[in-house]
Structure formats: structure tokens, C-alpha cells
Write a protein that binds this ligand. Structure first.
Ligand SMILES: C[S@@+](CC[C@H](N)C(=O)[O-])C[C@H]1O[C@@H](n2cnc3c(N)ncnc32)[C@H](O)[C@@H]1O
Length: 207
């Protein structure tokens, strides 16, 4: 189980298929960021780059970080195709070892970053630290209720989290929590069936 979260496992996953994700930006990112004024954005675990490309096309200067060089290569190609390659910096890193620069981003977005609980809390503390004053922290994950629902998610209870779990680690003196909720989302599973997924959505602004 421990190796699930390491670079070779992610490389194996990406190399097993020409593309792993849909190519569309994550819906909670679109819902939460469309009305924000573009600035500097950090896309955490950027995968094949759909979110980074969407952000760049809306005027954000994006730093996209991922542990998989295969994913980053695909993301860079997708960015070139979309004509936004010059607005995205791609960084190959394990964010557990190399936290982002402090207070450097107007938006830090982590979409479906799942790790064992202690590692996750440490990583998310580093992500929160990377948000500039007035900036937004957006964390979206698979809600634990998906463990028992039709989504058949991950089956790793320790790696799931609620928005309240994430919010509890934010000091109210420095953070205004704008949203901490569970949102249902209709998706299609690999067998072509419609399934309801549940996203944990945390949106907070640094004071
Ligand atoms: C579930 S995928 C989500 C990808 C993308 N955010 C999306 O929603 O389409 C998680 C991504 O995080 C990356 N990742 C996992 N652990 C990481 C780590 N410790 N540091 C940096 N990236 C990591 C993986 O390679 C993978 O691309």
C-alpha cells in the first residue's frame, strides 16, 4: 500500500495508457475560479494539465507541479496545443520533499491529491503556506462517503478526507473559510455507467 503514493506507481499508471484523465478541467475548479481575478496559480499534482491549461487560457500565470514526468510531458504537449505553453511553468517534484515557496501564489489548487492522513496534513499545511495574502486555497478531494457508494473509490479510508478535516487545520486568525462542503457530481465510470461521486470542497481566503 505504501508504494501506491510513490513516483514509480504514478509513472506506471500514466505509462499504462495514452491518457488517464478526461482532458476537461475539474468542475469544482471551474465553479470556484471563474470569477477570480487572474494572478499567479499553483496547480498541485497537475496530471495531464487540463486544469493548468484552463487557468492559463483565462490569464493565470501557472506553476504546474507533478511527481510524474510522463504526466508533465503530456501536460506540456497539451499546453502547446492550446497555445498557452508560455504561461505555464512545469515542475517535476515530490511536493512532500519540496514544498512550494511561501506566500507566492494568489491561487493554490489541489484537485484529488490523496495521501495517508499524516502526509496529507503536512502537505496541505505547505500548500496553505504558499497562498499570498488575499489569495485563495482550493482543495478538492474524494469525500469518504464514496468509499461505500457506487463510485467504488480507492478503498483507502485513511487517504480520504472531508472539507471540514482540511478546514480544521486552518488558523481562523489567518483564514476565512468561504466553503467547506460535500458536493455530489454526476460522472461516467469506465464501463459507461452514470455514477454519482461526492467531492469534498474547501475554499479559503488568506486574510
Ligand atoms: C488523482 S491525480 C489528479 C490529477 C489532476 N489534478 C486531475 O484532477 O486531473 C493526482 C496527481 O498528483 C500527482 N502526485 C501524487 N503525489 C504527488 C506528490 N507527492 N507530489 C507531486 N505530485 C503528486 C500524481 O502524479 C497525479 O498526477
Amino acid at each position: 500500500m505504501a508504494t501506491t503514493f510513490e513516483e514509480p506507481a504514478w509513472e506506471e499508471r500514466y505509462q499504462s495508457r495514452p491518457s488517464v484523465w478526461s482532458g476537461r478541467p475539474n468542475p469544482q475548479l471551474v465553479a470556484e475560479v471563474t470569477d477570480l481575478t487572474p494572478g499567479r496559480a499553483l496547480d498541485v499534482g497537475s496530471g495531464e494539465g487540463a486544469d493548468a491549461v484552463w487557468l492559463a487560457a483565462r490569464g493565470w500565470q501557472v506553476t504546474a507541479v507533478d511527481i510524474s514526468s510522463t504526466a508533465l510531458g503530456r501536460a506540456a504537449a497539451n499546453a502547446e496545443t492550446a497555445g498557452v505553453g508560455d504561461r505555464i511553468e512545469f515542475i517535476h517534484a515530490d511536493l512532500r520533499d519540496k514544498p512550494p515557496a511561501e506566500q507566492a501564489y494568489d491561487l493554490v489548487s489541489a484537485q484529488f491529491m490523496h495521501l495517508p492522513a499524516e502526509q496529507r496534513r503536512e502537505l496541505f499545511a505547505g500548500l496553505a503556506a504558499a497562498v499570498a495574502p488575499g489569495g485563495v486555497l482550493l482543495i478538492v478531494g474524494h469525500h469518504p462517503s464514496d468509499l461505500w457508494g457506487a463510485a467504488h473509490r480507492m478503498h483507502m479510508p485513511d487517504a480520504m478526507y472531508t472539507a471540514q478535516d482540511v478546514a480544521a487545520d486552518l488558523d481562523p486568525a489567518h483564514w476565512e473559510v468561504l466553503t467547506a462542503e460535500e458536493r455530489a457530481r454526476l460522472a461516467t465510470n469506465p464501463d459507461g455507467e452514470d455514477v454519482t461521486h461526492h467531492d469534498a470542497v474547501l475554499v479559503a481566503r488568506r486574510r
